[in-house]
Design a protein around this ligand. Structure first.
Ligand SMILES: Cc1cc2nc3c(=O)[nH]c(=O)nc-3n(C[C@H](O)[C@H](O)[C@H](O)COP(=O)(O)O)c2cc1C
Length: 193
């Protein structure tokens, strides 16, 4: 076995989330974050250092989260390597935006799937932002039978081991169902559940 210390231990998958915010003058910003996850029904939590983004949502109480895709790798990486303190990164990347109908935050039009969130809690000690997902918008191009089709979206994940972006896609089984045959098999059981 190979051992890794706490700094080098890998959690996977990490998403590639693009957080959209407005500043007090309505200038939009986008930043990339990988340390985030669903934390309840209708809730997302993200671990953040201090950024232009955090200054922005402290004032507006709102943000959006778009999912970076295989088609938006370059721009999504860029949003994570330059600060929006003195520059409109969305414009510089050649992307376009509109205001969300539901929250005071921008929706970047080049991303096919975006969550619209209100700040539920921002803990400046732990750096954990928790957002209530008020609504979400998806482009028709990623919908199959009324559902978001991740095969069409082609979201990417952050491989923090190799510092790569990898595409998420191939389906390999049905959730809550692939294990039923083992559950129902006659093998000796040690516990009741
Ligand atoms: C792949 C990737 C993942 C990142 N994940 C995070 C993260 O989870 N939390 C964080 O605070 N910064 C993260 N960053 C760094 C910010 O995106 C970066 O500091 C950015 O410039 C902040 O933008 P802003 O100042 O315009 O808000 C990440 C950057 C990259 C490239």
């Amino acid at each position: 076995m190979v051992e890794f210390d706490s700094q080098n231990s890998i959690i996977c998958p990490l998403g590639v989330f693009v957080i959209g915010t407005y500043d007090e003058s309505g200038v939009p910003n986008a930043m990339t974050a990988a340390w985030g996850s669903q934390s309840d029904f209708g809730e997302i939590s993200i671990s953040l250092s201090k950024h232009k983004t955090t200054e922005n949502f402290e004032k507006t109480g709102a943000f959006t989260v778009a999912f970076a895709t295989a088609d938006t790798v370059k721009e999504s990486d860029y949003f994570g390597i330059e600060s929006g303190k003195n520059i409109n990164k969305i414009e510089k990347a050649g992307f376009h935006y509109r205001k969300s109908d539901k929250v005071n935050a921008p929706i970047i039009l080049e991303y096919p799937l975006t969550l619209e969130c209100k700040v539920r809690n921002w803990n400046t000690e732990t750096g954990i932002l928790t957002g209530e997902i008020v609504s979400s918008v998806a482009s028709e191009s990623i919908i199959t039978d009324g559902k978001v089709d991740l095969g069409k979206l082609r979201p990417i994940m952050y491989d923090s081991s190799m510092h790569l972006y990898r595409v998420i896609g191939e389906a390999v089984g049905h959730a809550y169902s692939e294990g039923i045959s083992i559950k129902n098999s006659g093998a000796a059981q040690k516990w009741d559940n």
